[in-house]
Design a protein around this ligand. Structure first.
Ligand code: SAH
Ligand code: SF4
Ligand code: F3S
Length: 443
């Protein structure tokens, strides 16, 4: 039995939806009167976990061990709560293997305070339900948020790509109601947000009904958010190619606040592999979507996700991934070695690929992606753009922010966090752009 915690820390791993959930859990615990602390000193440590690849999952167990060991040296035994996708996938197993105090799934974390109270009484505290009534209605209002804020509008996935755990850990596709999203967007802006990134595992599958009873998709929601005063930028992620409607593409042409950036994972360039992955788009249908996106917004920055070494992937299949990369010219991308996940169809497929083959393919893919990212960044040098200032830089007077194309920009300026500054991009460094603030000439 442990006494009720007075301080807490939340550590999030994985995707942006987990970052959003982690922030909401922190707000929830703060509303209960607990004080935020460093993970090294907190009475309650919430690990908000990711199950997407084996490494991510194993990290949870090593983290639990480290937290206990470090606290043990100070004679403390903090309460440990496991939240997120590993909690959902392996709840009872974690309790058995690591003897944690609380396990709470991604759809149940509004119950975290109750679970913590139960654990403090020495009772079992595990909740991995996926209730019909959503967690969102039970979360406290936002008080203060950074200039760039996340807003989850959609959760879950019905796509069942054969390698992926998300449909099992996050459940079926659900859209949050229109009104709740608009209200939260307004609350975020009132609390200091200038940019909102709409989040969903399949964000472009979002649908809703507006106040006048009209049904609409993500494009309609974006057009409504375009009218929110004080909101300067809208982004959304992650999209699935099959839900990339022409209406959403059109929004990129004429909604000024919608930033010229699209993260559209493709995973592989070979139709045979895409089919085995159950991606339900082909190489060609994917490339045709990007043609339409570029027609709507010629300067758009494209981003993607890739998996190398899916079972059965041959050298010829992989060559098609490289040629797709050449054809697209991504501004940035994420690439991973295939990781077999328990319970997914691909984990049982023949022809699993040897680790050294995966290593080699990943290196070659990343070299191509880095080359294109550098070229994209170099292409922005000489342009003038708005930069949303997000935080202080390392040098005196230096501030860091983001370009419309989601690149990090550093500049010397008097502007503060949350300001939008007009900047000439003067140089592309390996991980960021150097900018110079435009001098405003008084009228
Ligand atoms: N909903 C998004 C992505 C969700 S997961 C989509 O449809 O693309 C984020 C990325 O992790 C995926 O795009 C994929 O590239 C990668 N990923 C998912 N499962 C994986 C696995 N078993 N092994 C390696 N990478 C994986
Ligand atoms: Fe996973 Fe595929 Fe769903 Fe993305 S679309 S979350 S990769 S199953
Ligand atoms: Fe990981 Fe779950 Fe997100 S598995 S990527 S935290 S949806």
């Amino acid at each position: 039995m442990k006494s009720s915690p007075k301080t807490f820390a939340v550590k999030s791993f994985g995707c942006q939806m987990n970052v959003y959930d982690g922030d909401r859990m922190a707000e929830l615990m703060a509303a209960q009167g607990l004080t935020p602390a460093d993970a090294a000193d907190a009475d309650l440590v919430v690990l908000n976990t990711c199950h997407i690849r084996e490494k991510a999952t194993e990290k949870v167990y090593s983290d639990i061990g480290r937290i206990r060991k470090d606290a043990g040296k100070q004679g403390r035994a903090p309460m440990i709560a496991i939240a997120g996708c590993v909690a959902q996938a392996e709840g009872a197993e974690i309790v058995r293997r690591a003897k944690v105090d609380v396990v709470v799934g991604p759809q149940a974390y509004h119950n975290l305070p109750d679970l913590v109270a139960k654990a403090a009484r020495g009772e079992a505290a595990l909740d991995t339900d996926m209730p019909v009534e959503t967690k969102f209605g039970h979360l406290p209002a936002r008080r203060r948020v950074p200039p760039s804020a996340f807003l989850t509008v959609q959760e879950g996935c019905d796509k069942f790509c054969t390698y992926c755990v998300v449909p099992y850990t996050r459940g079926a596709e659900v859209s949050r109601p229109w009104g709740a999203i608009v209200d939260e967007a307004q609350a975020l802006v009132d609390a200091g947000a200038r940019e909102i990134t709409l989040l969903g595992q399949n964000v472009n599958a979002w649908t809703g009904t507006d106040a006048r009873g009209r049904d609409g998709g993500l494009d309609a929601l974006i057009r409504e958010l375009d009218t929110v005063l004080g909101l300067a930028r809208i982004r959304y992620t992650t999209s699935h190619p099959n839900d990339m409607t022409q209406k959403l593409i059109d929004a990129h042409a004429d909604v000024e606040k919608l930033m010229p950036f699209l993260h559209l994972p493709v995973q592989a360039g070979s139709d045979r592999i895409l089919k085995a992955m159950n991606r339900s788009h082909s190489r060609d249908s994917y490339l045709r979507i990007l043609d339409r996106v570029r027609a709507a917004r010629p300067d758009i920055a494209l981003s993607g996700d890739f998996i190398v070494g899916f079972p059965g992937e041959t050298d010829a299949d992989f060559a098609e991934t490289l040629s797709l990369v050449d054809a697209v010219g991504y501004a940035q991308a994420f690439s991973f070695k295939y990781s077999p996940r328990p319970g997914t169809p691909a984990a049982g497929m023949d022809d699993q690929i040897a680790p050294e083959v995966m290593d080699d393919r990943l290196q070659r893919l990343q070299a191509a992606l880095n080359r294109d990212q550098s070229a994209f960044n170099a292409g922005v040098v000489g342009r003038t753009c708005d930069v949303l200032i997000e935080r202080k830089g390392k040098l005196p007077g230096q501030m860091l922010g983001k370009s419309p194309w989601l690149q990090s920009v550093h500049l010397i300026t008097d502007a503060g966090v949350g300001d939008m500054v007009e900047v000439d991009i003067v140089r592309a460094d390996p991980n960021s752009l150097a900018g110079m603030e435009r001098v405003k000439i008084a009228a």
